[in-house]
Design a protein around this ligand. Structure first.
Ligand SMILES: NC(=O)C1=CN([C@@H]2O[C@H](COP(=O)(O)OP(=O)(O)OC[C@H]3O[C@@H](n4cnc5c(N)ncnc54)[C@H](OP(=O)(O)O)[C@@H]3O)[C@@H](O)[C@H]2O)C=CC1
Ligand SMILES: N[C@@H](CC(=O)OP(=O)(O)O)C(=O)O
Length: 365
């Protein structure tokens, strides 16, 4: 067996961090060695520092790892660092790691809007990783040390939204406008402190701070083209795509549901059957590359009237697949559909792991 790459997780005790621990235990490419969290947790065994909330048990291999402070020194031997840090603290920590030459794949929002930072949903736009591939190859060619870099994972609701859009745009051309109304799980709000039971039980909260703006902006970067010199991504303009999002928190543990309506630019619009077949036929590049976690079926098109449902469908392809149902004509735009994606797997930690698998397959790390 070839030697595995050393991996670390920042924010290892949180909602996303715990998911990283599960996905990286017994991983064929990565060996989890370093865990970091706040000074409240540093110095303790992971099992003592963490309020474990996953339905799978904590991997025994993680239990006795002593949690470190989030310093580049503590992570200096890592080939890859995954970040599930609270965004209030991620900025300076991830910057320090990048400057120390480390490769960081981050869930935090802090660097998503930097033009030279790829914002990647690995089942949608892995080609944006060419930005870091180009920088790493250039340093190699010049005999310099590998440069540090940050790759950002998108907002979790945005990941679910863009998954069906990508094959549709590839096949039928640009989407002129779209609206989405989300029903987001409570795990999306994190664990410290998380959503209080008294707020969410028997209730729907029609506001998630910053979420609508993130969905509307990030979609334009993820679906945007790479610049010719591969140094950055060109954002789609409002003339190219209009996106409107409304976000709600609902009493679901994991899995974000979204009700989407969209209109294509080109006329005539495709048929409902063409849309369904295009989504069914889509095979993501990560699967073609042979990545361990890539979904065999990227998009599951469900024909039953009452699907997808979070509890029944969120774990398709181990949470790396996205489910789409109720695809039908829309009397205002062209089509409407319901999309379900696992917010802490393909919407967060799973995307991070799959991005790292692509980076490893391409010898970028
Ligand atoms: N949950 C989700 O579905 C998604 C979350 N994200 C993003 O991922 C990130 C993590 O979110 P989530 O897991 O939900 O958040 P949590 O609140 O559950 O976890 C936050 C983590 O950050 C650590 N932390 C807090 N303060 C500091 C500090 N001063 N220095 C170092 N570490 C610190 C915490 O450690 P300690 O336990 O010691 O306090 C904990 O490990 C956020 O940026 C979030 O926006 C992105 C997509 C989806
Ligand atoms: N805001 C998302 C999760 C999240 O933290 O997103 P972001 O990484 O874009 O801040 C949710 O509540 O479900």
């Amino acid at each position: 067996m070839t030697q595995r790459k050393i991996a670390g997780v920042l924010g290892a005790t949180g909602s996303v961090g715990q998911r990283f621990i599960l996905l990286l235990s017994n991983h064929p490419t990565f060996e989890l060695k370093v865990l970091g969290a706040s000074s409240r947790s540093a110095g303790k065994k992971y099992v003592d520092a963490t309020n474990w909330k996953q339905t799978d048990l904590m991997p025994v291999s993680a239990e006795n790892i002593i949690v470190s402070e989030c310093s580049a020194e503590a992570f200096k031997d890592c080939d890859i660092v995954f970040s599930g840090l609270d965004a209030d603290y991620a900025g300076p920590i991830e910057k320090e790691f990048r400057e120390a030459g480390l490769a960081v794949v981050s869930n935090a929002k802090n660097y998503r809007r930097e033009p030279e930072v790829p914002l990647v949903v690995p089942i949608v736009n892995p080609e944006h990783l060419e930005i870091v591939e180009t920088a790493v190859s250039k340093a190699k060619a010049e005999g310099k040390a590998k440069p540090g870099f940050i790759v950002c994972i998108s907002n979790c609701s945005t990941a679910g939204l863009v998954a069906p859009l990508k094959p549709l745009v590839d096949k039928f051309g640009p989407i002129d406008m779209l609206t989405t109304t989300t029903l987001q799980a409570i795990s999306g709000a994190g664990f410290s402190p998380g959503v209080p039971g008294i707020d969410i039980l028997d209730n729907v909260i029609p506001y998630i701070g910053g979420e609508e703006d993130k969905m509307e902006w990030e979609t334009k970067k993820i679906l945007g083209p790479l610049a010719e010199d591969k140094s950055h991504v060109q954002l789609l303009t409002p003339d190219e795509i209009k996106v409107s999002a409304q976000c709600n928190r609902v009493a679901v543990s994991d899995g974000h549901t979204e009700c989407i309506s969209l209109r294509f630019k080109n006329r005539p619009a495709p048929s409902v059957e063409d849309v369904k077949q295009t989504l069914r036929d889509y095979v993501c590049d990560a699967y073609k590359l042979g990545c361990h976690s890539a979904p065999k079926q990227t998009i599951h098109v469900l024909d039953q009237n009452d699907r997808p449902q979070p509890r029944l469908d969120r774990n398709r392809d181990a949470g790396y697949g996205v489910s789409v149902g109720r695809i039908r004509e829309d009397p205002v735009l062209d089509f409407k559909m319901v999309v379900l994606s696992h917010n802490t797997i393909i919407g967060a930690a799973g995307s991070g792991v799959l991005i790292a698998e692509i980076l490893a397959a391409k010898n970028i790390i």
